[in-house]
Ligand binder design. Structure first.
Ligand code: SF4
Ligand code: SF4
Length: 381
């Protein structure tokens, strides 16, 4: 018997005939829509799937995608990247982080630049890989610069759990974990008056499935109930996205406004309770977290509880980490893109001064960023 390949698992969800079948159904349903529907995909993973498989071309003109703020690298403000840079430059530290974070420019440069100047910066695929680095470098302080949405937060808390239980003395944490529902609220019910002008552009949300694997779909309940926006939690494959679009369009046509789950193969209402318990054990909500382009959003980020302050690099190095907020490059419109107000190709330096090789803003750096997706797959538009 031949061995199961990864592609055997996703092939069916990329089947062109199934995608076309959904496109037909959506086009039929969309004829009955009383007005155009703008659907925000909150997550950069969805943006990439939508662009990579050319889904906008398959949809009727009265269904539009709005690309949302869902990439933890894209929303990281420069001042926090500067924190990482400063910590990496210390003689006795090794700064460890995940993937694309290493390329995002802060005001001193990126972590990649810091590395070129001699700082010890490493990237890992899993936070748990930090344990090996700590073991091999007992004389160094290993600072894990933790990023990500609800999906990766439990992996950081697992690392914290091991560090505490095994009494590992040389691993510390700079916490930058953020949460999805609070930013969705910000986009439709912002405290800033200037945001009102585009508030009503978002008619419905595609919820990121892997976030809900951890949190459960329950985190989106308030959007249909309180904010009158349907949410469909969708997987990342093109068949998932097309099915979710059909579910949203049917809700509008049938006069329903509900939370539905397309990605039933892994998402439950309650989510992963063990992972949630671990998060609650070590973290509490920070009263404010600054999102790049969106400003300070209440309750949208985590911090280590005070009793674990001895592990918290932000606390330990408070004297050398700047607190001032830093503006982005003046031509970069990442802020508008992350708010769903503009598309990447509306940026005047998109694809010229700003490219993946020379990114001027974070949306071009992250492989999940909207500008990177447009640059890579824009010819499919
Ligand atoms: S971290 Fe998850 S939710 Fe965020 S952009 Fe990536 S895939 Fe989407
Ligand atoms: S193309 Fe570059 S400069 Fe323009 S918005 Fe995107 S990341 Fe910012």
């Amino acid at each position: 018997m031949s061995q199961l390949q990864l592609k055997d698992l996703y092939d069916g969800f990329r089947n062109p005939e199934v995608i076309e079948g959904f496109a037909k159904l959506i086009n039929e349903e969309a004829k009955k829509l009383p007005k155009p529907v703008n659907i925000m995909e909150v997550c950069g993973g969805h943006t990439h799937s939508i662009m990579k498989f050319g889904l906008p071309q398959l949809l009727p003109k009265n269904i539009n995608f709005i690309h949302g703020p869902g990439c933890p690298v894209c929303i990281m403000p420069k001042e926090r990247i500067d924190h990482a840079y400063i910590l990496a430059e210390l003689d006795d530290t090794i700064l460890v982080t995940l993937g694309d974070m290493i390329k995002v420019p802060g005001s001193h440069g990126s972590l990649q630049d810091a590395r070129a100047k001699g700082a010890d910066v490493r990237f890992v695929y899993s936070p748990l890989d930090t344990l090996k680095i700590a073991q091999e470098n007992p004389d160094k302080k290993i600072i894990f610069f933790a990023i990500g949405f609800e999906t990766t937060t439990p992996m950081t808390t697992s690392l914290i759990d091991i560090v505490i239980k095994k009494e590992i003395k040389n691993i510390f944490f700079h916490i930058n974990h953020v949460t999805v529902p609070e930013v969705m609220v910000e986009l439709i019910d912002s405290r800033d008056e200037h945001v009102d002008s585009y508030n009503n552009r978002i008619d419905a949300f595609l919820g990121p499935s892997h976030v809900s694997v951890i949190t459960g779909s329950k985190i989106y309940e308030k959007f249909p109930k309180k904010y009158n926006r349907p949410v469909v939690v969708a997987g990342f494959e093109p068949v998932d996205v097309m099915e979710a679009i059909l579910m949203i369009v049917r809700q509008f046509n049938e006069g329903r406004c509900e939370l539905e789950v397309e990605y039933k193969r892994l998402v439950s209402y309650d989510g992963n309770k063990k992972a949630q318990a671990l998060i609650e054990k070590y973290f509490e909500k920070a009263s404010l977290f600054k999102w790049r382009g969106l400003g300070n959003i209440p309750d949208s980020g985590y911090r280590l509880k005070d009793e674990y302050a001895y592990l918290d690099a932000e606390h330990i190095y408070a004297d050398i980490l700047p607190k001032e907020e830093i503006e982005d490059h003046k031509l970069c419109i990442c802020g508008d893109i992350l708010r769903g107000m503009a598309k990447p190709n509306e940026c005047t330096i998109f694809g010229t001064a700003c490219k993946p090789q020379t990114p001027l803003g974070s949306c071009m750096v992250s492989s999940e960023g909207a500008c990177a997706a447009y640059y890579k797959y824009g010819n499919l538009l």
